[in-house]
Design a protein around this ligand. Structure first.
Ligand code: ZN
Length: 265
């Protein structure tokens, strides 16, 4: 039975028997895989630290007819600080859920893996605004999948955008005043909202840490992005269940984080 050595991030787990766990790992080279970690819940188990949610480790797995058994783990980063407050934990959940929808078994996702690890690390740093990090992650992830909306010109006819552009999730982005007539969900947005989306999409994570959005822009961007994310994931992955879960339990409105964390915004 061959051994596989891979980096991985724990996306979820399910306990079985008294002491064991089935762990879902996000790996750069194999996408999402499940591995049985026998005895990992015993405090003295060598697998104990490597089977917690969000743990980034180097795993050695034994492969047996498409099933994996975890035999060793060396923890690279536990991302323990994610648990220090509810906001960072909520945003980490958003990242995890979005990553999970995009992953399929056996399909390599090295860029998404690096993005995920970097954003989880950024969430652990107290000075960062967790909502901005999560938003950045979601936008970059959609971009990697080719699902980011067209916001530089009209996504239907390619015309340049007006001062107050229209936007439609169904159309897949910004619209000119003529094309918007064809979409019932089209609505106008502040020019700064699309500009902020462009800025976040093109920015490096280092820049996102110091980025501040205005009080006007931030709620609109949050709402616009939420619509877009749900629409794209539902359309592209049939992730209806995910969307309901994220909408109801995980995806907190920005206001809740805003008031508490960032009076400057
Ligand atoms: Zn148009």
């Amino acid at each position: 039975m061959p051994l596989v050595k891979t980096y991985g991030i724990v996306l979820r787990y399910a306990n079985f028997s008294e002491t064991s766990r089935m762990v879902t790992l996000f790996t750069p080279g194999m996408g999402r895989i499940s591995a049985a970690a026998k005895g990992c819940r015993r405090p003295k188990s060598p697998l104990f630290n490597g089977c917690e949610l969000y743990t980034f480790g180097e795993y050695i797995l034994r492969e047996n007819r498409d099933r994996y058994l975890m035999t060793q783990v060396s923890v690279v980063e536990s991302f323990y600080a994610l648990r220090n407050n509810l906001d960072t934990l909520t945003c980490a959940s958003q990242i995890r859920e979005v990553a999970e929808v995009m992953l399929t078994e056996g399909q390599p996702r090295p860029q998404l893996f690096v993005l995920t690890a970097r954003c989880l690390a950024a969430l652990c740093q107290e000075e960062n605004d967790p909502w901005m990090i999560s938003l950045y992650y979601q936008m970059q992830a959609l971009q990697l999948e080719g699902l980011f909306p067209q916001i530089d010109r009209c996504c239907e006819c390619g015309a340049p955008l007006e001062e107050s552009p229209w936007y439609s999730c169904q159309a897949g982005g910004a619209l000119c005043p003529i094309c918007r007539l064809r979409y019932a969900d089209a609505h106008t947005v502040l020019p700064g909202t699309l500009a902020s989306m462009r800025l976040l999409l093109g920015a490096d994570l280092e820049r996102v840490r110091i980025l501040r959005l205005s009080k006007q822009i931030r709620p609109q961007l949050e709402e616009l992005w939420r619509e877009t994310l749900f629409h794209q994931l539902e359309q592209s992955f049939g992730a209806v269940e995910f969307v309901h879960k994220l909408r109801d339990h995980v995806y907190h409105p920005v206001g809740a984080l805003d008031r508490k964390k960032d009076p400057r915004a």
